[in-house]
Structures are given as structure tokens and as C-alpha cells.
Design a protein around this ligand. Sequence first.
Ligand code: ATP
Length: 138
Amino acid sequence: MDWAEPEVGLTLGEGAFGVVSVCKRRATGEEFAVKMVDKVETTVEAIKKEAEMLQAMARQPREQLKCFSRRCFVCIVMDKLDGGDLVEGLQRHLKERGQINCHDVVHVACPGSWVMAGAHFTLLGWTSLVVDVYFCFM
Ligand SMILES: Nc1ncnc2c1ncn2[C@@H]1O[C@H](COP(=O)(O)OP(=O)(O)OP(=O)(O)O)[C@@H](O)[C@H]1O
């Protein structure tokens, strides 16, 4: 398996679980994103939950998510998404085209919320489901 020594490159962003960077598979040159979760600061249970959440959100969910371990990190490989940062995109839209009409986004927002509700329900239980369903009907 050539994931043993992938090439980790530029940082894409940072979240609660650690840094996300560009990652290149040496054998093929394909680019992915890799989330590097600190083994010392994060419990095994939390890392498992994060990996399961990413697996549930994957573009091809049936394909097994690739993970590898480095000295201090568990590295979770994902498809690299090139759409940019959501908040920056919203701000750019506001500046260039004005406010988004609520009626235009409802068809996208509702199915999206149901996907999130499903993922949260599987992993985190009822509390998140209730919150997500609330947002879905807002
Ligand atoms: N698959 C990806 N492809 C490209 N960029 C990504 C990818 N995943 C994450 N990023 C970038 O890295 C940033 C941090 O992602 P990360 O998933 O760690 O945190 P988050 O989604 O912002 O929130 P949380 O920490 O609650 O999970 C994102 O805001 C995004 O800019």
C-alpha cells in the first residue's frame, strides 16, 4: 500500500480536530486532502467518530476511507474539494451579487440538512438530530 509515505503539502485549513493539508499519493500523483488529528490531544473514541463522520459524508461512501498513522497524528485521507472556503464564498457572493434570496436556497438547504441529520443521528444521537431537524424547518 503506497499510503505509507504520502507527500503532505500546503495547508488547506484548520478545524477543531486539527490541520487539513494537501496530500499527494506518490505512486499516482493524485491529490487528496488529509486531516491530521493529534493523537495526544484527541481520544481514540473521538478520532473514530470523526473518521466515521467523514466516511458517511464521502462522495463514494462505499469506498473505504484511507487512514494512516504518523508518530503524533492519525491521518484521514479525503477527496480534495476545490470550491474554497464557505464563509469566504458567501462574503464574495454578498459583495458581487448581493444577498441570497431565501426562496432560491430552500431546495438545496433542505436535502442538505437531511444528509447532515442522518450523519449526526448515526454518530451522535438524538440531540443533534433534533437541532438539525429544527434548522431544516426554519
Ligand atoms: N476535503 C477537503 N478539501 C479541501 N479543503 C478542505 C477539506 N476538508 C477541509 N478542508 C479545509 O480545511 C478547513 C478545516 O476543516 P475541518 O474539517 O478540520 O474543520 P471544519 O469543517 O471547519 O470544522 P470542524 O472542526 O468542526 O470539523 C475547512 O474549513 C476547509 O477550508
